[in-house]
Design a protein around this ligand. Structure first.
Ligand SMILES: [Zn+2]
Ligand SMILES: [Zn+2]
Length: 148
């Protein structure tokens, strides 16, 4: 993807970095809903993601690499802990990536779970994660899935 850098931002590393951070987090939310992803550690259906980023915003042609890890659950479970540890190792190599993610309260509802990655990006109902649901992909990015 090649998002246009807002005018006057090129060369201003701190400003550029905060713009990139916000863009990365907003894209990651949608990218979660691109397939019936499973937790990369335990293989249960994925409900949450952890985003790691390596960025080179000081270059004349800035580059950013996003790593979106699909997890059964973020928070205090072992799968999340493994990915956080991996991210720290990577951070030591490429320098600090995204600042720590803000702590989000668990969603309302009886089971306090986030929507399945396999579900529709729009309505995010777990029922849409069923293979019987016919999904279309976003016409713009060709990645994100929606129910009709
Ligand atoms: Zn897991
Ligand atoms: Zn839907």
């Amino acid at each position: 993807m090649r998002p246009a850098v807002p005018d006057g931002m090129l060369g201003n590393v701190p400003l550029m970095q905060s713009w990139v951070n916000a863009l990365a987090l907003s894209m990651a939310k949608d990218i979660k809903h691109t397939n019936a992803w499973r937790c990369e550690i335990c293989s249960r259906p994925s409900r949450e993601t952890k985003v790691d980023m390596a960025s080179w915003v000081h270059l004349p042609e800035p580059r950013v690499v996003l790593y979106i890890h699909h997890l059964c659950e973020a928070g205090f479970n072992p799968c999340h802990a493994m990915i956080v540890a991996q991210g720290q190792i990577m951070g030591n190599i490429v320098g600090p990536g995204l600042p720590p993610e803000p702590w989000l309260p668990k969603p309302e509802g009886p089971d306090h779970q986030y929507p399945l990655a396999a579900s529709c990006c729009g309505c995010q109902k777990d029922a849409t994660a069923s293979r019987k649901t016919s999904m279309s992909r976003c016409g713009g990015c060709k990645l994100v899935r929606y129910c009709r």
